[in-house]
Design a protein around this ligand. Structure first.
Ligand code: DON
Length: 325
């Protein structure tokens, strides 16, 4: 067996009995997840794939969608216009906090927290809500390589209970950070969060980011290479919420988590990694996901500043590996 496949199997075995963490419950539909679901996937930029566990289990993408919609807003408007509406500073606050929104700039701090993501989604261009949704789905389809669908029960569940998000949208309307119809912007945001994906999909999406926007398995150009640097930068500094600093310190690669239990991580120029396991810690990050990625990073020297290694051991393991092609 290839070294990468065997390490993924070890990690899966090591953490499958870890029972810490809780399912997200503020979106009622998410409590239907099975806490035992656990999958790990790696897709490399040269088209090898390694999978273990529940990698074909569908779940809603939640906050991981923010990464891709940010990329789309950048492509629609360019960096300067997007920066006027959404900053790039980590908050150190929970992902759903609205405390800092009322401070001096009235601009959400970054596109990875809810306020910033709602502002980003409101920037997506299109004639009316259907065209905007269709453009967004088409973008996700390029990243996934097949048709994608919104999970309607989860969308409705969040729409019925998402009062904090609604409050943020109203505040931003008041500050002039969102234009137009905020109910439409919120619906689009709730729909993007309710998109169904698998761990296998997420690893391929991460690999497309690692590969300057081109999906290594389909060859489809999912995003323009022009903004990958911006996307990976905000993932690196803000993708793991109030754990972002510790994540950068310990794991050292751009990543994004979501409350349904996914974590997507990018090893630039090398691979995309996804871990899916629904129980979350107090910051809203998958407990098993954090452990797996921390071990993988240490084992293979993935930390971007692991300069002492000279050459990342992951590359060496890949040369000795023969993943699914
Ligand atoms: O807006 C929300 O609260 C959810 N749709 C997404 C939040 C999320 O995934 C944050 N992740 N840790």
């Amino acid at each position: 067996m290839s070294p990468i496949q065997s390490l993924l199997q070890d990690l899966h075995h090591r953490y499958s009995s870890l029972s810490e963490g809780k399912l997200a419950s503020y979106i009622p539909e998410l409590t239907k997840a099975n806490p035992d679901w656990f999958g790990i996937s790696v897709v490399t930029v040269d088209g090898q794939s390694f999978h273990v566990g529940d990698v074909d289990q569908q779940f809603t993408i939640q906050s991981i969608s923010k990464v891709f919609v940010y990329g789309m807003a950048l492509e629609d408007h360019g960096r300067d216009r997007v920066l006027k509406r959404v900053g790039v500073e980590p908050t150190g606050d929970p992902f759903n906090s609205l405390i800092r929104l009322d401070e001096a700039s009235k601009r959400p701090d970054n596109p990875m927290v809810n306020a910033g993501a709602i502002a980003t989604t409101s920037l997506i261009t299109g004639e009316g809500p259907t065209e905007r949704l269709n453009r967004l789905l088409a973008m996700f389809e390029r990243y996934v390589g097949r048709d994608v669908y919104v999970d309607v029960p989860t969308f409705l569940s969040e729409r019925a209970t998402g009062h904090r998000n609604r409050a943020m949208a109203h505040l931003m309307l008041n500050f002039g950070m969102i234009n137009g119809n905020i109910e439409e912007a919120l619906d689009l945001y709730f729909q993007q969060c309710a998109l169904l994906v698998t761990g296998r999909d997420l690893a391929g999406m991460a690999a497309a980011l690692a590969n300057r926007g081109t999906h290594p398995l389909t060859g489809i150009q999912a995003a323009s290479p022009d903004y990958i640097r911006e996307i990976l930068s905000v993932m690196y500094t803000c993708g793991m919420y109030n754990f972002a600093g510790e994540w950068a310190y310990r794991v050292g690669i751009p990543a994004k988590s979501g409350v349904s239990g996914g974590i997507l991580a990018v090893v630039p120029n090398q691979a995309g990694i996804a871990v899916f396991s629904p129980p979350l810690d107090e910051n809203g990050n998958s407990v098993r996901g954090l452990r797996v990625l921390e071990d993988l990073s240490r084992e293979y020297g993935l930390h971007l500043f692991d300069l002492s290694l000279g050459r990342c051991r992951f590359g060496e393991a890949l040369l000795a590996s023969d993943g699914e092609n």
